[in-house]
Design a protein around this ligand. Sequence first.
Ligand code: ATP
Length: 333
Amino acid sequence: MGSLRLENIRKSFGKVEVLKGIDLEVKDGEFVIFVGPSGCGKSTLLRVIAGLEDATSGNVLIDGEAVDHVPPAKRGIAMVFQSYALYPHLNVRDNMGLGLKQAGRPKAEIGERVAVASKMLGLDKYLDRRPAELSGGQRQRVAIGRAIVRSPKLFLFDEPLSNLDAALRVNTRLEIAKLHRELSATMIYVTHDQVEAMTLADRIAILNEGRIEQVGTPMELYNRPANLFVAGFIGSPKMNFIPAATLRDGGASTVGIRPEHITVDAQEGRWKGTVLHAEHLGADTILYLDTEQAGFLTVRLFGEHRFGTDDVLYATPQPERIYRFDDDGKAIA
Ligand SMILES: Nc1ncnc2c1ncn2[C@@H]1O[C@H](COP(=O)(O)OP(=O)(O)OP(=O)(O)O)[C@@H](O)[C@H]1O
């Protein structure tokens, strides 16, 4: 079991309020990701859940029990950090088993748990190596293994992939997804990378300036963003925002259209524009347009296209894919 409930969590550092009333419920076995811009309070919230930081007010409940006065080691959580935090003088086996040893578990049990976790993570061949003899990805797997052996109620991950290069990030991401399936464990994960969030999470909580803007499945956030912030945050390249007057839409203040929902044609279309820059990515082509009616627009086309800088073309939004927002930035259904 490992459910989590956050009730009106507030946290101030001096006069600065960093978390401004966070409510969230995480079900047993769920994978929830906190995502948001730098400084929005993601890590602080994770640290409050872990007990490494006291909330100024509000409650943290694990499996229905308030843990606000329970020290980190007794909360039944295991945390994986960006920096791995391995002991350099210990080999992989001892790094993974240290927490259990400190908890006074019998040697045979520690050996067994380390064997299971290291096999799961493909580390069984490296048990005698020290951290310095491992790659970055292997070190992060040891840190994850150290969490697994403790069979925690909750796994907390703080940007675990950000020290890895691009290829290794993808690999390790897949491993974390697999691990979540195999362990059916509750995982809470902080990242500023929306691809990580979209690919791993059952649900994503989008934070902004200490508040949750929206919680939902990746596709809910993509298809039905609650406001301009979420609409602009989820999706790459970013959604285009255009004054509603451009579309003669009296009921909205701003309209949004995703780059992948605009078609282009050399002869005709809704908005005439000039290509400022074209990115040919192979699978996709990204065009940056300066249009007469809608201003700057980013367009994402599937596959290869011959359009290049200074070409003049016409862009047309798919009407059923237009998002509308009111004066306060709230989505209009
Ligand atoms: N111990 C502290 N003392 C004072 N201010 C702090 C402390 N820890 C965090 N902050 C401030 O709280 C705010 C939120 O920090 P936090 O690390 O939670 O953000 P984050 O969303 O995780 O950002 P990043 O993605 O850059 O890691 C920041 O403005 C930060 O400077």
